[in-house]
Design a protein around this ligand. Structure first.
Ligand code: BDR
Ligand code: CA
Length: 318
């Protein structure tokens, strides 16, 4: 597939369920000059659709990203009941941070239609989809307008894990919420990069990271400081982490510079019928790396360059 010139910023649509780490993904996508953030869509996940949509609008208002379409998507997974992550993200989905009232009106379109319209309005190979929540909107967009599968440059998603789970011993939250949607996205035939827990559990917001952000001393840096503090408390209490893994911006960082996330090609299957393993992402890492496989899996993170990108994004908005 033809791709955009290497020097031009990467055009992305971010589909998110903010969420503390989704907020950092929005920040990085908005502030980094290598990204052209075309649109944001929301999906029920960390909290209900209504709550995460309000959070998305508040975060974008705080960041000054007020001139892009934002549309709300699906309230629930394709098949399974709604699942939220209140233990990690709180009752609001963004507990512990001060958000302004939204200064942006919601686009009247459904997120699925905004995804389709955005992809079809650009040349083939121009738009990258970056989902950082359950994959319901992306799966439905591919089903409603199959032409987007050919047209999208790649799907770079935060979700899954090869050797780790967080919502269950083997399943990651975004995939577990809507495993049927994830199966559709992995099987569609477009290029997919799965940035999962093997990568994101290295993106720890340590006290050193918090200090670098704090030194910038601006409304945006104070907001990120609050995020890290609240996220850190939840991850310590619920999952026993010393510092919180800031998952979602890892997918944006890969789009900015693929060298930041080490990947390898591997067939990916989502477990849909497991007694104890539903939502597990099964990566076939046997033998030599296949050459004809359209799915890649993240296996490592350049931690220093990742945090340099995030701190640089905060600095640009300070
Ligand atoms: C993923 O689940 C959500 O709670 C986070 O926002 C992230 O997208 C990590 O498993
Ligand atoms: Ca998320």
């Amino acid at each position: 597939m033809a791709t955009a010139a290497p020097s031009s910023p990467r055009k992305i649509l971010l589909d998110a369920d903010p969420g503390h780490d989704d907020a950092v993904a929005l920040l990085l996508a908005h502030a980094n000059p290598r990204i052209d953030l075309l649109a944001v869509t929301t999906i029920g996940g960390n909290q209900t659709l209504e709550k995460v949509t309000r959070n998305a609008l508040g975060v974008l208002t705080l960041l000054g990203a007020t001139d892009l379409p934002v549309a709300a998507g699906c309230t629930r997974p394709l098949v399974r009941p709604v699942r939220v992550a209140a233990d990690i993200h709180g009752e609001s989905g963004l507990d512990g941070v001060d958000l302004p009232s939204p200064g942006i009106a919601l686009d009247p379109r459904h997120a699925v239609d905004l995804i389709i319209d955005t992809v079809m309005a650009h040349a083939p190979g121009e738009v990258t989809l970056v989902p950082t929540g359950p994959l319901t909107n992306i799966a439905l967009a591919a089903r409603k307008e199959p032409a987007i599968v050919e047209r999208v440059r790649e799907v770079v998603l935060m979700g899954g894990g090869v050797h780790e789970g967080n919502a269950t011993p083997v399943a990651e939250f975004n995939i577990l919420c809507d495993p049927e949607a994830a199966a559709i996205v992995f099987d569609a035939g477009w290029d997919v990069v799965m940035v999962g827990l093997d990568v994101t559990h290295q993106a720890l917001a340590t006290p050193e990271v918090a200090a670098r952000v704090g030194e910038l001393d601006s409304p945006v840096s104070r907001f990120v400081g609050q995020l890290i503090e609240a996220f850190g408390r939840a991850y310590r209490d619920v999952q026993g982490f010393d510092a919180p893994p800031v998952h979602d911006p890892c997918a944006v960082a890969y789009v900015i510079d693929p060298a930041i996330v080490a990947t390898r090609r591997a067939g990916l299957t989502v477990e849909l019928a497991g007694g104890h393993t539903t939502g597990m992402t099964v990566a076939d890492l046997r033998g030599p790396e296949p050459t004809d496989c359209h799915t890649r899996v993240g296996v490592g993170l350049d931690v220093e360059r990742f945090w340099d990108l995030v701190v640089d994004a905060v600095r640009r908005l300070s």
